[in-house]
Design a protein around this ligand. Structure first.
Ligand code: GAL
Length: 431
């Protein structure tokens, strides 16, 4: 049996004190969130915008125009079928979300929004019944200002009536955009008003905002306030199906992480926009990077792709249960960039049960795979692997790397624009 010398006792004391401090720090952060009991972990689902945009030309493009169903072609119905039948629902993708361009150009005689009668002939209530019958939830889109970004009727002046309409239709999530507002006060008042109006309906409706995105050009958003009204909020411009776009989002997020990380927690999340995995613009390594980093950032996982035409590889990545478990970790702490050295970024995220996730990203776009060695003592505020830990590589390939002591190093090898995602689980044993 190992004898506890006074040095060992001292070290043990130190370890316990550090661990206790880490626990306390984890508990006290995470400000008051919107009290609707929703989004206790980041929302997961599918959102039509990046892949299908405002395609209303059903004559020329019957398969990809924004519509419920007509003559056998049915974008949202088909997505609902596939979400339920192809394993998406099982791993957590629950919300099927309509974005802009679903509306008729005018409100009805009672001032209510209405769906485009040609593209949604049986209306949203019918679609929500269908989606619910598949065990899924329905998301819809509206705008705080005079018009939606694509020019359809905005909710300004109609917040209560629109909230009631959505609740009547059985909607479960509202993405509320911020186009066509005249002032920042109007923007802020509108976002708050809609939050209260949704709550007043008595229906559980996840409230997805773009408030800070529209606020940044004028003043630094007050995230404590935003968190009190929204379940998640977009901070940065729209994602495109390109590596440049994913890179810009990551760079913006890390440069503002002091503000963003403390704002996130159960009930309220920073939203770096949709997952574009399974489309055309990202290489395999870049898709891995998006999945890994969206998990580290505790981001809503809203895919925008065509579930009818998706490669087996992309599907496997999007349905990776280990990575989803990191994204959905109940502790609800957003990860952050720990350091950047010579185009290698190390990100980390604290998880429940004293575990940590670590992502090593190779941003060098010339040359081949690069090796990068990490001192374990430098991770997780010094406690992630103290006194020892089991390390598993989750991406690109699930591999048990083994048992490591605090003073040791782990070697990674990362493809250009790719990521190695590791999970560290604490162990009380040392060699
Ligand atoms: C943008 C928004 C996009 C999409 C689009 C619809 O402002 O950021 O995600 O919703 O409007 O017009």
């Amino acid at each position: 049996m190992m004898r506890l010398t006074s040095r060992r006792l001292q070290r043990l004391g130190c370890v316990l004190a550090l661990r206790l401090m880490a626990l306390v720090l984890r508990e006290i952060s995470g400000a008051w969130a919107l009290d609707n009991g929703l989004a206790m972990t980041p929302t997961m689902g599918w959102l039509h915008w990046e892949r299908f945009m405002c395609n209303t030309n059903c004559k020329e493009e019957p398969d990809s125009c924004v519509r419920y169903r007509s003559f056998g072609e049915k974008l949202f119905m088909q997505m609902a079928d596939l979400m339920a039948s192809e394993g998406w629902k099982e791993v957590g993708y629950e919300y099927l979300c309509i974005d802009d361009c679903w509306m008729a150009p005018q409100r009805d005689s009672k001032g209510r929004l209405q769906a485009d009668p040609k593209r949604f002939p049986s209306g949203i209530r019918h679609l929500s019944n269908y989606v619910h019958s598949k065990g899924l939830k329905l998301g819809i889109y509206a705008d705080v200002g005079k018009k939606t970004c694509a020019g359809y009727p905005g909710s300004l002046g109609y917040y209560d009536i629109d909230a009631e309409t959505f609740a009547d239709w059985g909607v479960d999530l509202l993405k509320f955009d911020g186009c066509y507002c005249d002032t920042v006060e109007q923007l802020a008042d509108g976002y708050k008003h809609m939050s209260l109006a949704l709550n007043k309906t008595g229906r559980s409706i996840v409230y997805s905002c773009e408030w800070p995105l529209y606020m940044w050009p004028f003043q630094k958003p007050n995230y404590t306030e935003i968190r009190q009204y929204c379940n998640h909020w977009r901070n940065f411009g729209d994602i495109y199906d390109s590596w440049q776009s994913v890179k810009n989002i990551l760079a913006w997020t890390s440069s503002n992480q002091r503000t963003l990380v403390s704002a996130a927690g159960p009930g309220g999340w920073n939203d770096p926009d949709m997952l574009v995995i399974g489309n055309f613009g990202l290489s395999w390594d870049q898709q891995i990077t998006q999945m890994a980093l969206w998990a580290i950032m505790a981001a809503p996982l809203l895919m925008s792709n065509d579930l009818r035409h998706i490669s087996f590889q992309a599907k496997t990545l999007l349905q990776n249960k280990d990575v989803i478990a990191i994204n959905q970790d109940p502790l609800g702490k957003q990860g952050y960039l720990l350091r950047k050295e010579d185009s290698i970024e190390v990100w980390e995220r604290p998880l429940s049960n004293l575990a940590w996730a670590v992502a090593v990203v190779n941003l060098q776009e010339i040359g081949g795979p690069r090796s990068y060695t990490i001192s374990l003592a430098s991770l997780g505020q010094g406690v992630a692997c103290n006194p020892a830990c089991h390390i598993t590589e989750l991406l690109p390939v699930k591999t048990k790397l083994g048992f490591y002591e605090w003073t040791s190093y782990v070697k990674t090898r990362i493809n250009p624009t790719g990521t190695v995602l590791l999970q560290l689980k604490i162990s009380q044993t040392t060699f």
